[in-house]
Design a binder for this molecule. Structure first.
Ligand code: ASP
Length: 323
């Protein structure tokens, strides 16, 4: 009689331990986000959007699903929400088009996939995952990536799907500023997610429309493995947002993982080191979300704000916006 009870007790204990470990952290972009510049209504909409993504990802993890599935599910919600600069809400290039970038990485296998400069794929994060899982490559760009996504049966939309009035107005403002000064402010946004599942596997993903008024063909850090996205079980999962050119040159996501792996830093120490000590002095604006396999996480940024949130085993979505 004793044995089955002991077995059941061990099982329940092991299950609750593993369930405790599952964690999802997301961001919806960093930038000049201040209380003064936000109406109560807009803030409520951003919060609701982040919470929806957190719940969608958490539902995957709570069922014992993989961190990769959770990351993809959360990012798809943000891509479909016009408020965030990814998918539907992507910003415009100088010429008034939308060119989207995304990447995903599996911390268990170091498998990775990314797409850049795509214009007709509704959910670029899913295309990035298809590159990882269904092609022999890591990165595909432009028309080739679009043809591949079409062949893989992903949802294809007319480029006009990505037209939103708000982003169009931001482009017009940037164009006016550009005429007035040689150094226009850069406007960012991006969405990303990092997750650990009940097996202790990490994953990271990032998706973006890039920066408003970017040049035709410009690619940022989001689709670059080691810059905007990185995941390996032995160190951590990272998704970045900010001025992509700096995140590429400082290989931000991989640098954070390397500090965790080789210097034994915590995810908080490593992200402080890179975001505050390396990027801030050179005016590389932005932030990261970082998570390790034990569920420790950091949400670090040197901008005014960063849309961000997390959800753990208790299933309660927590969202923050300002410093
Ligand atoms: N990092 C993105 C890029 O440079 C933009 C952002 O995160 O806001 O394309």
């Amino acid at each position: 009689m004793r044995k089955p009870i002991l077995l059941i007790a061990t099982f329940v204990f092991a299950f609750s331990l593993s369930a405790q470990k599952a964690m999802l952290v997301i961001h919806g972009g960093a930038g000049t986000i201040t209380r003064a510049s936000m109406t109560a209504e807009a803030e409520a909409q951003y919060r609701a959007g982040l919470e929806e993504a957190l719940h969608k990802g958490h539902a995957v993890l709570a069922k014992g699903g993989s961190s990769l599935d959770a990351v993809e599910a959360a990012i798809r919600v943000l891509e479909d929400n016009p408020l965030f600069n990814a998918g539907k809400g992507a910003v415009f290039t100088h010429e008034g088009r939308n060119e989207l970038d995304a990447s995903i990485m599996d911390g268990r296998t170091k498998g990775a996939g990314s797409v850049a400069g795509v214009t007709i794929i509704r959910n670029p994060i899913t295309a990035a995952r298809a590159v990882m899982e269904k092609s022999p490559h890591v990165m595909m760009v432009g028309r080739g990536a679009e043809l591949f996504a079409t062949k893989m049966g992903l949802e294809i939309v007319d480029p006009s799907y990505f037209w939103t009035e708000r982003r169009w107005k931001s482009l017009q403002q940037e164009l006016l500023k550009e005429q007035a000064s040689a150094n226009p402010d850069k406007k960012f946004g991006t969405v990303g997610a990092v997750a650990v599942d009940s097996k202790g596997n990490l994953a990271a993903g990032t998706s973006t429309g890039g920066m408003t008024n970017k040049q035709f063909g410009r690619v940022g850090d989001a689709p670059i493995i080691g810059a905007g996205t990185y995941a390996e079980n032995e160190s951590c999962a990272v998704s970045a947002t900010g001025h992509g050119e700096y995140f590429i040159r400082w290989t931000v996501a991989h640098d954070i993982a390397a500090l965790v792996k080789y210097r034994g830093m915590s995810v908080a120490e490593a992200s402080n080191e890179v975001i505050h000590k390396k990027l801030a002095p050179v005016k590389g604006e932005g932030g990261v979300i970082v998570l390790d396999a034990k569920g420790n996480f950091a949400m670090t940024f040197n901008s005014e704000g960063m849309y961000r949130g997390w959800i753990g085993a208790d299933g309660v979505a927590r969202v923050e916006i300002y410093k």
